[in-house]
Design a protein around this ligand. Structure first.
Ligand SMILES: C[S@@+](CC[C@H](N)C(=O)[O-])C[C@H]1O[C@@H](n2cnc3c(N)ncnc32)[C@H](O)[C@@H]1O
Length: 205
């Protein structure tokens, strides 16, 4: 897929404007992504990202790993992410796949790491996606699940309210998933950054 330089520039300018709005409310998506990536490293082998969105996470991730596959149910969102990956010069390191993460097409134990950033509060069936992420993770592999912390949700709520919209804020499942992972053979770290809640888990059994 190739884009005109004008499309790539316009998409980047839109994303920058949106990030600037977030920063005015006290939330910097780039800082949050860096925080999560620092906690997630080292990463190696085949890496899967769930919920491409506009590519805020998978693009910096693509700079860190040799090859990453990212999935999103929305072709429109993935197009924005592809445009931004082109702007960032990492499009050739990222494989974009349009699909519903409730039904991942890969066999069990296909990936060395499976990550997701700020997606789970948008999911209709987070348990199903969580179990798919675990199914495709290899023994010894790493699961990284990040979503907004209470203060992150507060800021996002304020931004959306100022725009006359509502930001989804389902109850956090992190404590439940942490306990589940610990029971099922994972070493788990649960962290809370300024705006991010995070599980970093390694499959040891
Ligand atoms: C807020 S965005 C996530 C942010 C993104 N990780 C980034 O780095 O910019 C949430 C994304 O989840 C996607 N999504 C929602 N339900 C999904 C599903 N069942 N399978 C795959 N993607 C889904 C949406 O289309 C949307 O692009």
């Amino acid at each position: 897929m190739s884009f005109s330089a004008a499309e790539v520039e316009a998409n980047h300018a839109r994303l920058e404007q949106r990030n600037a709005v977030h920063r005015r409310f006290g939330y910097d998506p780039e800082v949050s992504v860096q925080y999560v990536l620092e906690q997630a490293m080292p990463l190696r082998g085949r890496v899967l990202d769930i919920g491409t969105g506009k590519g805020r996470f998978v693009i910096p991730l693509g700079r860190q790993v040799a090859s990453v596959t990212t999935v999103d149910v929305s072709a429109e969102e993935q197009r924005y992410a592809r445009l931004e990956a082109t702007y960032a010069g990492v499009a050739d390191r990222i494989r974009f796949v349009i699909l519903d993460a409730r039904f991942l097409p890969w066999p069990a134990a296909s990936f060395d790491a499976v990550l997701s950033w700020n997606v789970f509060h948008h999911l209709d069936d987070p348990e199903r996606v969580f179990s798919e992420m675990l199914r495709v993770l290899k023994p010894g592999g790493k699961l990284v699940l990040a979503d907004f912390s209470p203060s992150g949700f507060r800021v996002m709520g304020e931004i959306h309210a100022a725009e006359g919209r509502r930001h989804p804020h389902p109850p956090s499942r992190f404590a439940h998933w942490q306990a589940f992972l610990q029971r099922t053979g994972f070493q788990v770290r649960r962290l809370c950054g300024k705006h991010q809640e995070l599980l970093v888990a390694r499959r040891i059994l």
